[in-house]
Unconditional design. Structure first.
Length: 116
């Protein structure tokens, strides 16, 4: 028998199920064992999975001590999010009014310069 852990995390909480599978057990077997122990907990059991951060197929063979991770779907594509953020920053840099705070309005006198 091989001992493995199946993990799933949300921003608020994480769950870890310690499971045992046969020596020829697969990721699918470990997920089935964890599902049986999880009860009514809503876990995306059909989502992509990985072993120690590396994506893998459900028929992948397991080693003793493997950590099977259930991945949540992304809310947004990271590349698209970064492109949008860079575009916003570039637009802000090109707009002189956007780069100036309201308290930095132009004035004819310099506060550090002595009055004459």
């Amino acid at each position: 028998m091989k001992r493995c852990s199946v993990v799933f995390a949300t921003p608020a909480r994480q769950w870890i199920w310690q499971v045992e599978v046969n020596d020829d057990g697969t990721v699918r077997d470990a997920l089935d064992a964890a599902r049986a122990r999880a009860g009514a907990l809503e876990v995306p059991w059909e989502a992509e999975v990985g072993i120690f951060g590396e994506l893998c197929a459900r028929d992948a063979a397991l080693r003793d001590g493997d950590r099977i991770e259930i991945y949540r779907p992304l809310n947004a594509d990271p590349k698209e999010s970064r492109r949008a953020r860079v575009l916003r920053e570039r637009t802000r840099a090109l707009d002189p009014a956007a780069s100036r705070l309201p308290s930095q309005a132009r004035s004819s006198s310099n506060p550090k310069e002595p009055k004459r």
